[in-house]
Design a protein around this ligand. Structure first.
Ligand code: ZN
Length: 175
């Protein structure tokens, strides 16, 4: 019995069903792969930008715990101009959001002449879903975090973060 005979013996409904399953098996992992790939490309792009403005980017567990006793996903230390990206974010799928968040803090540091974080005065209102993330902070720190969370959830977050770095960090790097 050859393939032609087998196919002839199957009715159209069965054929369609087989076609559907095969399509799902082939396409679904590819879809996941391209999403991951795009995220890695965007991560690398922003990492390179940060490095070009004098920051060190370490894909290591951050050396400090947050106030809940947990190692954060990302951390930027002002005095050493070092960004830590917790490797767990690559498994969790939020590597891009994490580096964008830290890139916004880096731009805030550039505005503050690399000594303290200063507000970028974003003209975007923090979306409601971001409120729980920064409302736990107080005073000025709350506003600093609000900017980082607001940018990281924008559809064009990469572009915004890159523009901020280009606008605020380039002069610092050349001195
Ligand atoms: Zn933050």
């Amino acid at each position: 019995m050859n393939l032609k005979t087998i196919l002839k013996n199957l009715n159209q409904g069965k054929l369609f069903f087989i076609f559907l399953i095969v399509t799902l098996i082939v396409v679904y992992p590819l879809f996941g792969y391209s999403q991951d790939n795009q995220q890695v490309t965007q991560f690398n792009f922003l990492e390179k930008t940060l490095i070009s403005y004098g920051f060190t980017v370490k894909k290591e567990i951050p050396p400090y715990k947050n106030r809940y006793g947990i190692r954060p996903y990302g951390l930027l230390e002002g005095k050493t101009q070092t960004v830590w990206i917790n490797p767990v974010v690559f498994d969790l799928g939020n590597a891009k959001a994490t580096i964008i968040h830290e890139a916004v803090h880096a731009a805030q540091l550039c505005v503050g002449n690399k000594e303290e974080f200063k507000l970028l005065n974003l003209d975007i209102e923090p979306p409601k879903m971001t409120h729980p993330y920064f409302m736990r902070y107080h005073n000025y720190r709350k506003e600093i975090e609000a900017e980082a969370y607001t940018v990281q959830v924008q559809p064009n977050s990469l572009e915004i973060a890159k523009n901020f770095l280009d606008s605020y960090c380039s002069s610092n790097n050349n001195k």
